[in-house]
Design a protein around this ligand. Structure first.
Ligand code: SF4
Ligand code: SF4
Length: 286
């Protein structure tokens, strides 16, 4: 069952800032990533649209050009969806009807160090790189003469989320949800970060994809057993009309803060494999 009910931002990032202290030390890299995101990416999520509009024969032609640019800019996954109310946060107005969803792979070896610092730094690097790619793709679409707004992958206090990237990625057919509440992709498992661009450039809509995650999670509880916060559920629950596994974010937060990202549920998931091994693993599920 699907509902039109919209997600609500409950100030969880302010709660995080008020109640927890991040234990991991700042490094030169993390300082740079955060500064560049704040000073050069958040400020360029929108911009002027070029007056001469490029015409396309059909939405597929427009999609092919967007995919070519996004991949050249560094995106690992590109998909499309209509902008649906159930992935836009309450209070956020989006006039445009089309969404481009981008995925960016995080490094296998660095994520394998979770919950230690190299894994947290890798997450921040992914936010920084994907943020930069998202801003560039939105700018490229505006240069084609269409409005486009980048929705940054890293929400934080001061820059709360506008859209549920994982749900737009699900609708775009980039993956399936796992028990840990994260999108699992056939290319990289759960080891991806996601971002969205909304636009009035007419694009084709993707379709949801199924490749065995749902069935696998029914009998697997590796992420649940690994989670120190007991934040991952046994059973699905209804969320805005969808029956899905939903983690308890307030149980996750202490460990998220303690480990500067935690990531144990990503690192331990059996779908977290290098590309070739993951492809063989998924083939065996068929
Ligand atoms: S990030 Fe860590 S604490 Fe949060 S759900 Fe995953 S394993 Fe649990
Ligand atoms: S660890 Fe197991 S239960 Fe958790 S998301 Fe991955 S496959 Fe599903």
């Amino acid at each position: 069952m699907k509902t039109e009910k919209r997600p609500k931002y409950d100030n969880i990032f302010e709660y995080l800032d008020e109640h927890y202290v991040f234990k991991a030390p700042e490094t030169e890299l993390t300082t740079f990533y955060k500064k560049d995101i704040a000073e050069n990416q958040y400020k360029n999520l929108t911009g002027p649209v070029k007056p001469d509009r490029r015409a396309f024969k059909c939405p597929d032609d427009a999609a092919a050009l967007v995919i070519e640019f996004a991949k050249a800019a560094g995106a690992d996954l590109v998909g499309f969806s209509a902008v649906l109310k159930h992935f836009v946060f309450e209070g956020i107005e989006i006039q445009n009807n089309y969404a481009v969803v981008l995925g960016f792979e995080m490094d296998y070896d660095l994520i394998a160090t979770a919950p230690e610092l190299p894994s947290g730094i890798e997450v921040l690097r992914a936010y920084w790189r994907l943020g930069s790619i998202t801003v560039k793709v939105a700018e490229f679409i505006r240069d084609l003469g269409y409005s486009a707004r980048a929705h940054h992958p890293r929400g934080f206090s001061g820059t709360p989320p506008t859209i549920l990237h994982s749900v737009s990625a699900l609708e775009a057919g980039l993956g399936e949800f796992g028990r840990h509440g994260l999108l699992i992709t056939p290319e990289f498992g759960p080891r991806v970060r996601l971002a969205t661009i909304t636009t009035d450039l007419e694009l084709p809509a993707g379709e949801r994809k199924s490749f065995g995650v749902e069935e696998y999670c029914r009998t697997c509880s590796i992420c649940r057993d690994a989670c120190e916060g007991d934040a991952i559920p046994d059973e699905k629950a209804e969320v805005r009309g969808f029956l899905k596994y939903t983690i308890d974010p307030y149980k996750c937060l202490p460990y998220f803060a303690k480990y500067d990202g935690c990531n144990l549920c990503v690192a331990r998931c059996p779908f977290n494999k290098r590309a070739v091994e993951l492809s063989k693993f998924i083939d065996k599920l068929k």
